[in-house]
Design a protein around this ligand. Structure first.
Ligand code: DLL
Length: 433
């Protein structure tokens, strides 16, 4: 199959897609009921058995799964295959320090690579391209996902990983990278650096595949101009495999969800009621082809809209809008998921009262995270250098919890405004959504 454009799948009729979904859903529900006691319990609590599930129309009978379930079942409680059949884990930070760990069999990796290959092809990728992957490699899914997709397409793959901008630009110039894969904020930063260095004429990218964090249409225009490319969005989450759950096509008006692998629903985040296409709500996914870590009705907390209008690219799979917000308090800073509860855990472990505020800003397309923390009253008489030592201690502890740098500012007791209701912990000045 040349280049992983799969018209018989990606342009299949609605009836055909539903037929695949019905058959695969029934199979997946049986698989998890049989092999995952955690699911069996959840289903029994709801009074539902695999015999009640015949098609997508029965999906609503099944219980939701949340990040809390993943936390409770950590690390192996949702594993649906023997460990000896798994070949990989990927992971992301979870709340209060517990990570989300996703498992993959070789079959799961192949499917994931296929999803990413479709995204690369939709961005114009072929065997003749040089795909420059500067998403992080390692536990984060960005690098391994696009790497696998690029291999499937047969493109020359540059596994750059993130950071070291000088080296990125040198490789772009020397090897003639044509497709750039990274977070949109890093793409903008790369573009600005290339412009400053006067190297725009030395690079020849034609497209970029950017995701893992929210970005606006204005940012798309900026990146397209800076790098002289077409910038495509890609979406995914570790729990559901990683990047490539959905991706943009030439129409650049939303991301096609790989419906032969994932069933998407939109629900009211407060009531759990399923909403019709076109209404804004929380995105819920059921994976129907995975072996090791299939998740049923997983609540992503991402707020978006699904549309089934005919797409000019010919693909028939449903499109999701860019995420328009979250139904929880997760922040994405420099592409890294940050929960206020993680910051709180660090502060409490270090003996601080949990009076803090998280301030996120974006300067020159780069995120800045600051945590303002009230000192304990005894510290108030500390010298400036003693305060600086304590701030540095917190910076290190936060770095180890979150994996990114956060500036820490210790402020006098009772200076952070108290609110009458829920504490206002997050001030996000980035205007992302
Ligand atoms: O961010 C997977 C990924 C890697 C996607 C590379 C695209 C490219 P997590 O670290 O588990 O996985 O974070 C998942 O990131 O629930 C969204 O809130 C957010 N997110 C991912 N893609 C987008 C996007 C990866 N294109 C969480 N636009 C998701 C907005 C996105 N938010």
């Amino acid at each position: 199959m040349e280049n992983y454009f799969q018209p018989e799948i990606e342009c299949a009729s609605r009836e055909q897609i539903l037929a695949w979904q019905n058959e695969r859903l029934v199979k997946t529900v049986r698989h998890v009921y049989k092999n995952v006691p955690y699911y069996r319990n959840l289903m029994e609590q709801k009074g539902v058995t695999p015999d009640d599930i015949h098609s997508v129309d029965d999906l609503h009978k099944l219980p939701f799964l949340t990040k809390d379930d993943l936390r409770e079942a950590y690390p192996y409680g949702l594993l649906a295959m023997p460990l000896r059949d798994c070949v990989r884990i990927q992971s992301t930070s979870g709340t209060t320090g517990r990570r989300v760990v996703a498992f993959y069999t070789q079959h799961d990796i192949d499917l994931w690579d296929e999803c990413c290959a479709r995204a690369i092809v939709a961005a114009g990728g072929t065997k003749d391209d040089v795909v420059h992957v500067c998403y992080g490699y390692g536990l984060f899914t960005g690098g391994p996902g696009l790497n696998g997709g690029s291999h499937k397409v047969g493109s020359l793959t540059l596994p750059m990983s993130s950071g070291n901008t000088e080296r990125q630009i040198q490789f772009m110039c020397d090897l003639g990278s044509t497709i750039l894969c990274c977070t949109p904020s890093y793409a903008a930063y790369l573009g600005e650096t290339i412009k400053e260095k006067g190297l725009k004429d030395k690079i020849k990218p034609k497209a970029g595949i950017f995701g893992a964090e929210a970005w606006s249409e204005e940012m798309r225009q900026d990146i397209q101009e800076l790098l002289g490319i077409k910038a495509y969005d890609i979406y995914g989450l570790t729990e559901i495999s990683g990047p490539g759950v959905s991706f943009e096509c030439s129409a650049q008006t939303g991301m096609h969800i790989n419906e032969d692998h994932f069933i998407a629903e939109i629900i009211d985040p407060n009531t759990g009621e399923v909403l019709p296409d076109g209404e804004k709500g929380e995105l819920v996914f059921t994976s129907i082809t995975k072996e090791a870590f299939p998740l049923i009705r997983y609540r992503t907390r991402d707020i978006c809209v699904l549309t089934r209008e005919k797409c000019s690219c010919g693909r028939t799979h449903v499109k999701m809008s860019k995420p328009m917000g979250r139904s929880d308090d997760m922040l994405i800073v420099k592409g890294v998921n940050v929960f206020p509860s993680q910051i709180e855990t660090v502060l409490i472990n270090k003996g601080y009262p949990a009076n803090y505020q998280i301030i996120v800003t974006r300067e020159n397309n780069s995120d800045k995270l600051e945590v303002q923390v009230e000192m304990v009253p005894e510290m108030f008489s500390d010298t400036m250098s003693q305060v600086a030592v304590k701030e540095k201690e917190l910076v290190d502890a936060l770095k180890s919890m979150l994996g990114i740098y956060a500036k820490v500012t210790l402020v006098a007791p009772k200076t952070i405004a108290r609110s009458e209701g829920k504490a206002v912990r997050i001030i996000d000045q980035r205007n992302l959504y």
